[in-house]
Design a protein around this ligand. Structure first.
Ligand SMILES: Nc1ncnc2c1ncn2[C@@H]1O[C@H](COP(=O)(O)OP(=O)(O)O)[C@@H](O)[C@H]1O
Ligand SMILES: [Mg+2]
Length: 205
């Protein structure tokens, strides 16, 4: 089963993904936790270009292509083989991030972005996606306690607002896959909600 976490920076994706992995392992499942962008040798280079190198002013189309290149390699070499072995793969950000950041927030042609984002996943779709929804200022204020800052954190508030609204549209159009969670709740309350949905989907207690 393939599970993804989405939401703006500071919404709690990494926190919840890690807790879910630990829980599922206690249940006897084999679980891999991964994230985008940045898997593997190529991904590490791409991540640096996308998120770290402040001297690089990437054109939005270049940015889109880099995210998609990263995903295709990640899926082919890492995610797909694990799914084929029946493992659970949890990914911190996946193609919905490309659709909202490059499509809704950077305002590239939305139908092109959707096509590329999905094509780069090589026909692998998440069975469940948790969307951690939180007011932008609240999410961003949480980042002040975090060491790892990226270029994205420096985008203006309205950029993150477009991201958040884009996510809500995706969830509205695909409610079976995308579950909206109120990310302002306590970490443990959210984790309980996530666990029960995952167990329901896995059909185990
Ligand atoms: N539900 C929550 N309530 C309060 N603080 C939270 C919650 N979830 C996460 N945090 C804290 O907010 C910060 C950002 O969380 P993180 O999981 O790194 O977010 P993301 O991966 O979505 O950017 C961390 O310091 C984390 O401990
Ligand atoms: Mg994170």
């Amino acid at each position: 089963m393939f599970i993804t976490f989405e939401g703006i920076e500071g919404s709690g994706k990494s926190t919840q993904a890690k807790l879910l992995k630990e829980f599922l392992e206690l249940k006897g499942q084999t679980v891999t936790l991964t994230r985008e962008p940045g898997w593997g040798a190529m991904g590490k280079l791409i991540r640096r270009m996308l998120l770290e190198e402040r001297i690089m002013e990437l054109d939005p189309m270049a940015e889109l292509c880099l995210f998609c290149a990263d995903r295709a390699q990640h899926v082919k070499d890492f995610i797909l083989p694990k799914l084929k072995q029946g493992e659970i793969v949890i990914c911190d950000r996946f193609y919905d991030s490309t659709i909202v950041y490059q499509g809704y927030a950077r305002r590239l042609d939305l139908s092109l972005v959707k096509k590329l984002a999905k094509a780069s996943a090589l026909d692998v779709d998440p069975g469940l996606t948790f969307l951690l929804n939180i007011p932008v200022r609240k999410g961003l204020s949480r980042l002040q306690q975090r060491d790892e800052k990226t270029k994205l954190d420096e985008e203006p508030i309205d950029f993150h607002e477009r991201v958040r609204q884009g996510y809500m549209l995706i969830a509205k159009n695909d409610p079976t896959r995308v579950k909206i969670l109120n990310a302002a709740k306590d970490i443990s309350v959210l984790q309980d909600e996530i666990r029960s949905m995952v167990l329901g989907a896995l059909n185990v207690a």
